[in-house]
Design a protein around this ligand. Structure first.
Ligand SMILES: Nc1nc(=O)c(N)c(NC[C@H](O)[C@H](O)[C@H](O)COP(=O)(O)O)[nH]1
Ligand SMILES: [Zn+2]
Length: 195
């Protein structure tokens, strides 16, 4: 069941709530952790880094800040973060994000799915990404993040149950945020069963 992932999505949501509201992006929170294989209790999880949208200067994304915070702690440039991520036999690197990592950014900055994929170039890197909601179509239409992760051989999983809370936080800086939340949630119903 995905209930064991909910506490992490909720922690990411608390991070997202620290993000300054803007109409030009979503407020998102991210956590990077190391998890022992075959440990369903998660009691040996090690949080490596966290990030939220615009935590760091400039037009920064939650996942981008998560990596950048980790790179800074280990005194390397952002683009060298893969080289300082832990590689431990019997453990995997896992990321939790309130929203599907972006596959395209209107700003043209490197999308987070690409940043996550790059951790596996020449290194073990991120094994799996859990997120609480697919990216709404507001900025880029049909989201590409999951496809990019799959192409990079990175697993991903949608952890359902908190979509309303996540979208309400994400859209807080938007002119008609509540309406956009309803629309985004409504999209889900369209794709759901037709009972
Ligand atoms: N996963 C994710 N984490 C974030 O921290 C964030 N802000 C977005 N947002 C996705 C959205 O598609 C982009 O915010 C817009 O496409 C505008 O692009 P910029 O953010 O200006 O580069 N998505
Ligand atoms: Zn992003």
């Amino acid at each position: 069941t995905n209930s064991q992932h909910i506490p992490y999505i909720q922690k990411c949501l608390s991070l997202a709530e620290q993000s300054p509201p803007r109409p030009t992006n979503f407020r998102v929170g991210a956590i990077l952790l190391s998890r022992k294989d075959n440990d369903p209790t998660f009691k040996d999880d090690r949080i490596l880094s966290t990030g939220y949208t615009m935590e760091l200067a400039g037009n920064t994304h939650a996942e981008q800040c998560c990596f950048s915070n980790y790179a800074a702690f280990h005194k390397v440039d952002d683009d060298a973060v893969a080289s300082v991520l832990p590689v431990e036999s019997g453990r995997k690197l896992i990321m939790y994000v309130t929203m599907e990592p972006c596959g395209k950014r209107l700003s043209g900055n490197a999308p987070c799915a690409q940043r996550i994929a790059r951790t596996t170039t020449g290194h073990e890197g991120i094994h799996k990404v859990y997120f609480g909601v697919k990216e709404p179509e507001t900025f880029v239409g049909e989201s590409e993040g999951c496809r990019m992760l799959t192409e990079a051989g990175i697993e991903w999983e949608h952890v359902g149950g908190l979509e309303g809370e996540i979208l309400t936080v994400a859209f807080a800086g938007h002119e008609n945020g509540a309406e956009e939340v309803r629309a985004a949630l409504g999209d889900k119903e369209d794709t759901g069963d037709v009972s």
